[in-house]
Design a protein. Structure first.
Length: 639
């Protein structure tokens, strides 16, 4: 066949090549024809694409299991869990996808293979960028969250790393091959028979391996099982298999939304078993009847509190507040796929975020027993304020459903001064201060800041810290400058509230929505020189500061997390525990014998008395996921 093709080309073009130079060109053409024919006969592009996608899968696994997905580790790629990933299963999933190329003929088959490879590379790179920020992977639920992309382009691009180039280098080779050799794959015929054989054999092999691994009894190596860590499920199934399984679960969940009696009893029992019924202490009702202003600060980490750089305080205003605050220094972030919106959820409902996607997008109309609802019953006016669009993380309809009477997004502000994602914190606080001062009391105002969002590229005119050029140009230096700027604006804001007299009768709660520079750029932080040990603190801690003018400050070392915010604030405001204790997954950090926090990644911070207690606390994340997915509180009679 190959020789016949060369002979055919010779007959067609022999008359064109009569001089020596033309003869050389003709020989080159014949050689190219020989190479192309050999490649087509041996299925070179299919084999090359399969090998490339397999290598990308291994590279991906080696990245996500090491150093915030920025450096590849061969050992962690192959032995990250109890056994090595089943590479034969990886290949089978790849061939299931590539088998569809046989439904095309001619060059269409070649470009189909290139397209499959390109989409796979895009999927892996997207997963890496998302994982570096949120320790999780993209899912079908995120497709409904495209409104978040309006102002996030620079933040997304900042998640890229040089190693990501290896996911596209093979595509450059294939694209060049297809463009240079115009006749490449031009004679390939459609083969439905080959498609059926390849796809059926691949699916059958996956099923066989699934049965074999499930029969082994080792849950950690089972293929189609949601493991304790998405990384393990990813390693077991391969990136392609993981997303196929995730998509299947997505549609399954859409149909499986009815709460069963067994699930209802499981939820009730867990909530009842985890209640602490302790005698009240002096903190109960300390601020009863007071106004409440809660400020959720973008990317505020605990390691900058009371810290200096070149003799300059990074957060001088927050540091000053500590003299009149309850300061929780062992307070952890617990956000997951929903990022900042998860912080909104936990602070107001004491419910852990769902395990896949964002609760605000998937279940924006859910019923909760929330802080704004309880306070509204006590005569409070409630208001939620964001300096971004109401569609960002779908926060406006979600917070309305949670119980806020009124909401304000960027459409209610003069947005002439923007920094990064939107309205600057300076302009935001200036415009909010008179609104709060004139508000009917008592009130609960929930506020979110924005300027200190990554990639921490605060304009030069707002950078007030005197840093070395190298540090100032780094992500770490940019983070210091951004947090310092927001700290200054918070100081000015509270000063205006004090001047209006509102601060005399107001409790101010300040906390971070999640960590910042360590969450997104921990790999770069480690490279900053000269290095100081304190800025390497990647402990996942965020500060929780409860301030009241004239109060004696106290640092509280009890370990807790964002889910504990609502019960703690409710206790200070004198709200009786029976109004929230049966719905809260968190606990009152001012009256507890327990010191722990369960992070979204199931990392356990603190100590437990025994393994049963430890497992039960971890189970709270899954029980909470069930509560949200099945809208349990509505079924339980809450409105």
């Amino acid at each position: 066949m190959i020789l016949a093709r060369i002979e055919d080309e010779l007959v067609k073009t022999s008359s064109k090549y009569s001089n020596p130079l033309s003869s050389i060109r003709y020989l080159v053409m014949c050689l190219k024809t020989l190479i192309i024919s050999c490649l087509e006969v041996k299925g070179f592009v299919l084999a090359f694409t399969t090998a490339a996608m397999l290598h990308k899968s291994i590279l991906f696994i080696g990245l996500i299991n090491n150093d915030n997905a920025t450096k590849y580790d061969h050992i962690k790629a192959f032995y990250s869990f109890s056994s090595a990933p089943p590479l034969d299963v990886y290949i089978a999933f790849i061939l299931v996808v590539l088998s569809f190329s046989y439904l095309f003929k001619g060059k269409a088959r070649f470009w189909c293979l290139v397209a499959c490879n390109s989409l796979f590379s895009l999927l892996l790179i997207t997963n890496l960028m998302y994982y570096r920020g949120y320790s999780s992977f993209v899912s079908p639920y995120l497709l409904s969250q495209t409104t978040n992309l309006d102002n996030l382009f620079s933040s997304i691009i900042s998640m890229l790393r040089p190693v990501d180039f290896f996911f596209v280098v093979d595509l450059l080779f294939l694209a060049g091959l297809g463009l240079v050799y115009k006749a490449f794959y031009s004679r390939v015929q459609r083969s439905v028979y080959t498609f059926l054989i390849l796809s059926v054999l691949s699916v059958s092999y996956i099923y066989y391996q699934h049965v074999q691994m499930d029969l082994s009894g080792n849950e950690d190596t089972m293929l189609f099982r949601v493991a304790w860590s998405p990384n393990q499920t990813m390693s077991n199934l391969s990136p392609l298999g993981y997303h196929m399984f995730d998509t299947y679960n997505y549609f399954k969940d859409l149909k499986d939304s009815q709460l069963t009696p067994e699930e209802q009893n499981e939820i009730k029992n867990w909530l009842a078993q985890n209640q602490e019924k302790l005698p009240p202490n002096d903190y109960k009702g300390m601020f009863k009847g007071q106004n409440l202003v809660m400020i959720q600060v973008e990317s505020l980490e605990n390691f900058v509190i009371n810290q200096q750089i070149n003799g300059q305080e990074i957060t001088p205003n927050l540091n000053k507040l500590l003299a009149n605050s309850l300061y929780f220094s062992n307070f952890y972030e617990q956000v997951y796929n929903g990022s900042s919106s998860d912080a909104d959820l936990m602070a107001n409902t004491s419910v852990y975020p769902i395990r896949t996607g964002s609760a605000f997008f998937r279940f924006p109309n859910n019923t909760y027993n929330s802080l704004p609802k309880i306070l509204n019953e006590d005569g409070y006016n409630t208001l939620a304020i964001h300096p971004d669009k109401g569609s960002y993380w779908n926060w406006m309809p979600a917070l309305t459903a949670i119980g806020f009477e009124k909401t304000m997004d960027d459409s209610r502000f003069n947005t002439e001064e923007k920094i990064g994602l939107g309205l600057s914190d300076g302009s935001y606080f200036k415009q909010i201060a008179p609104i709060i001062s004139e508000q009917k009391q008592p009130f609960y105002d929930f506020m979110v800041t924005l300027t200190s969002h990554n990639p921490f590229d605060l304009p030069e005119q707002y950078r007030s810290l005197n840093l070395s050029e190298d540090l100032n140009n780094s992500k770490l230096g940019g983070y210091f400058q951004s947090i310092r700027y927001t700290d200054e604006q918070i100081g000015l804001f509270l000063e205006k509230l004090d001047q209006s007299g509102v601060l005399d009768n107001t409790v101010v709660v300040i906390y971070g929505d999640h960590t910042g520079v360590h969450k997104y750029y921990n790999d770069e932080v480690k490279k900053v020189e000269p290095q100081e040990s304190w800025w390497l603190d990647d402990s996942k801690k965020i500060p929780l500061i409860i301030y009241h003018k004239g109060m004696n400050g106290k640092e509280i070392f009890t370990i807790g997390g964002q889910v504990d915010t609502m019960p703690t604030i409710a206790y200070l405001l004198g709200i009786e525990e029976d109004r929230y204790i049966s719905t809260a997954f968190g606990r009152n950090l001012l009256n507890t014998n327990k010191s722990f926090a369960v992070l979204a990644t199931r990392q356990y911070m603190g100590e437990s008395e025994n393994s049963v207690e430890y497992e039960n606390r971890l189970k709270g994340i899954d029980i909470s996921d069930l509560v949200i997915r099945k809208n349990y509180y509505k079924e339980a009679g809450y409105k």
